[in-house]
Design a protein around this ligand. Structure first.
Ligand SMILES: [Fe+2]
Length: 397
């Protein structure tokens, strides 16, 4: 097992109906809450309930409902100005990863003293000139889409429309003080968002499982259990959106998939680096981008770790191992995973999103610009060269 340092200070309030604790939890953190969310109907009811709870707890609030997917730094800057004008002493993020990540960036941006807000962002893995924020207003995060795990980690993924890049801010001050995880808030999620969120959550675990350290029994068992739980419960949530058990399992799996428990001692997220470029260059939503990358990536790499892929097939995808070699199990597991993604209504090929072979060099260049390390490769186990990435992307066509 790799050495690691683990620190996670987020207070988690979890369970059906826990939104009603938002007022009292907010009051412990501040008196003037800047509420960051979307301007569409998906969160209208939750925001109305939250406003009532904040009022009752004596917390003044102002909504900022300009969040869009892949939150652009320019939107974050408008939020920072509005939060300052309001005199916010607390930021509440309500929504999926984009709302929570925007809330984090705004909370840090209000107190940022190193110039342009894009300076907070690790815009290139080979260029460490980023100046991450050291301070942020207290954060209360209320996810309504189980996916990114942002509610319990120190990362904020943002974009720059002018630069055509998507990357991340990574800083201790981005940990929320409190996260309220109420699975009831996910009952009204559309099926496609539910599926994309679940597949994103799987990807956070899968890419550590297959690209991370080789010697960690408990870690691999935990990763497989997380993936299996999502594979079992996504179809139930799609069949019955108000399935409390399925919604509860999916929500906690998403949080546990990216709060550090599934990746102690591992830091690489190579498939996400490719997914981010598919988003920034081709407008493919985050969950779909990973759904496209994962099966192709696994097909390319399966022969390197046949036992690992066989375990994925048996323990995550439920393939019967009887009479099959590890290589046969690996193939069956990847095929079952691809079918699982398809059945949930999410694309599994670049072609479905209008991306052709001629686009591959541009995608590789995008990955190279942001994510290749000083050795000219994408950090992974094993490292991925530009040539290997081209083969993977061809497999994804
Ligand atoms: Fe993700």
């Amino acid at each position: 097992m790799n050495n690691f340092t683990y620190h996670n200070p987020v207070k988690v309030v979890f369970g059906l109906g826990t939104l009603k604790q938002a007022g009292e939890e907010a009051a412990k953190l501040g008196k003037r809450a800047f509420v960051v969310s979307y301007g569409d109907a998906s969160v209208t009811g939750t925001l109305a309930n939250l406003k009532g709870l904040l009022d009752a707890a004596g917390v003044a609030s102002q909504e900022f409902l300009e969040v869009v997917p892949n939150p652009p730094i320019e939107m974050v800057a408008r939020g920072v100005d509005a939060a300052k004008a309001f005199g916010a002493d607390l930021v509440i993020g309500v929504g999926g990863g984009s709302a929570m990540d925007a809330a984090k960036a705004i909370a840090a941006g209000v107190l940022y003293t190193h110039g342009d807000l894009w300076n907070m962002v690790y815009a290139s893995h080979s260029n460490v000139t980023a100046q991450p924020p050291e301070k942020a207003l207290p954060l209360l995060l209320i996810p309504t889409l189980p996916a990114t795990g942002s509610e319990m980690n120190m990362c904020s993924v943002v974009s720059s429309t002018t630069r055509g890049q998507k990357s991340y801010i990574w800083a201790d001050c981005l940990f929320a003080k409190t996260a309220i995880l109420d699975p009831e808030l996910t009952y009204s999620l559309p099926p496609f968002q539910t599926a994309c969120g679940a597949i994103d959550a799987i990807s956070h675990v899968l890419e550590i499982y297959i690209n991370g350290q080789d010697e960690s029994d408990l870690l691999h068992a935990w990763q497989l259990a997380l993936m299996r739980t999502i594979v079992e419960n996504l179809p139930k949530a799609l069949a019955n959106p108000q399935d409390a058990h399925a919604r509860t399992e999916l929500m906690w799996c998403a949080t546990c998939g990216l709060n550090g428990w599934a990746s102690p001692g591992d830091a690489w997220t190579p498939m996400h680096q490719v997914g981010h470029v598919l988003t920034s260059r081709h407008g493919i939503n985050h969950g779909s981008s990973l759904a496209i990358v994962m099966p192709a990536w696994m097909t390319y790499h399966k022969a390197l770790k046949p036992a690992r892929y066989a375990q994925f097939a048996v323990k995550a995808m439920g393939i019967c191992p009887h009479g099959k070699t590890d290589a046969e199990l690996a193939d069956a597991g990847i095929a079952a995973f691809r079918d699982f993604i398809k059945a949930s209504g999410v694309p599994v090929t670049l072609g479905e999103k209008g991306v052709a072979e001629a686009d591959i060099p541009g995608i590789i260049e995008g990955v190279r610009t942001v994510s290749f390390n000083a050795d000219g490769v994408l950090a992974s186990n094993p490292p991925v060269t530009a040539e290997a990435l081209a083969e993977i992307l061809k497999l994804a066509l």
